[in-house]
Structure formats: C-alpha cells, structure tokens
Design a protein around this ligand. Sequence first.
Ligand SMILES: *[C@@H]1O[C@H](CO)[C@@H](O)[C@H](O)[C@H]1NC(C)=O
Length: 264
Amino acid sequence: MLMALSILIQLLVAGFVMFIPWLLWPRKSSDPYGLFHLSLNRLPNDDPRELPKTEWLNMGFWKDVTTFPDACQALAKKLIQAAQIKHGARVLDVGHGTGESLTFLLSNPSVNLISSLTGITSLTTHHNRSLERLSQIKVPKDTEINLYEGDAVYRPGAVRHPLDPNSHATFDAILALDCAYHFKTRELFLRQSFEHLAPGGRLLLRIFVWMQPNWKDGKVPRYIEQLERISFVDVTMEDISEDVFPGFVEFLKGRVLVGEYSDG
Ligand SMILES: *[C@@H]1O[C@H](CO)[C@@H](O)[C@H](O)[C@H]1NC(C)=O
C-alpha cells in the first residue's frame, strides 16, 4: 500500500508565533463562541450588520491576492490541489472551522465530485455553524456528508470518530489545512491517519517549522523520518513561508491600525 503525504511547510520567525495566534485566536473570554474569524472575512464594502460572505480561518497564501478571503481560499486550493482528489473520492477534512473549506470542497468547480465528505472540528460552535452552512448550499446529491465534533486525534472512549481504530472507513484524502500544530500528539494523528487512508491515499498537512539557520538538517528531516517510520511514502514538502507571512502580517497590521482588536 502506498500512501503519499504532501506537506506545505512554513518557516516561522520566533516572534511571530506568539504574535499571530494571539491575534487570530484571542483569549477565551473575549471570544467565547470561536467566531472571531468572521470579522477577518469582512471586505471593506461589506455591510457591517450582515455576516461576511466567507468564513475562512487560516493565514492565507498571499500571492497575487489582496484580500483575506482570497488569500485563505488560495491556500485551501493549494492544499486541495496537492491532494489530487479524483471523481468519487472520499475526503476527510480535519479542523474545518465553521465550514468554509467544506463548502469549497463541495462547490468549487476546480474540485472533482466527492462521494463522501467527512469533517471533524473540536468546537461545538464551529460544528453547529458548519452544519447550518452546509444546509444552506446545494450539496451534490451523490455526496454523503458526515460531520463530527471532537479532537482530531482519536482517544479511547470517543463515541463517534472518523479515525476510530474499530472503524474500517478509509479516505482517499485527509486534509489538515490549518490545525496540524494543535495535534496531541502529532505522532498519534499521523498513525491514525495512515491507518485510515485508502491505498494510494494522501495526507495533506500545513505545518510550521521554527526557523533555524540549519533547518534543512534539523527538524524537517526528523519529520520525514517520523513519517517514514509510520510507512508513508512519497513525502514531499514545499516551503510556502514567503507567500504567507509577509502578506498575513501586512493584513493584520492594517486591521490593528483601524482598531479591530480592542478587547472590550
Ligand atoms: C449546537 O447545536 C445543538 C443542537 O442543535 C444545541 O443543543 C447546542 O446548544 C448548540 N451549541 C452551541 C454552542 O451552539
């Protein structure tokens, strides 16, 4: 069985890692519903009393785009294209937020018709909102949808989980667009994903790697070793830092200046 894995790598400059999650995921008290990201999706000409048209929650791929939703969609598209989703594929989307990537997978013309789409997210609000949003779009009638609420990693006792070792369900693609750094542990997630990939299936992750002068000899090879131990093959990595951080930081700076981050 051959399972390939593509990873988009980002090199992080130490200061940013503290800064960005704090801005994107404010303290619980100020965002009890986990819906803070909606404001990031609002475009300058949108009516502030209405919900924004998109609900992306990632750092974006800022190449030839200027808005947050476009950048987020570009990043999602990049990862999804690397998954090489074929007609009739079964796809698992891990950590899908309030469902924008699910919507994209179901309705963007660049994605082949999926036969089953499974999602898991750990926040109840995100799970609920995703269900609500999918009920508002036209889901292809041949596509089965299963949304789960829970941690990406299966733990004994979980009632329903797509990576349950007792379930024989497999996926042709497992996508983790923006949450691979939350996994506890990464090793468990990678093993469970491997067990649930169909032959020839692909796992796509976007990860952060701390920037070090000799990173090429350090963390990245260790990551690859870990994957190879689990028996993944065809591991490819692409460094996308240059098209993520400068654009994302510019975008946030603009927002901070106009006072979007007052803590109330
Ligand atoms: C999620 O939906 C369920 C079922 O409709 C409801 O009981 C629950 O209160 C909702 N939770 C949140 C946090 O929205």
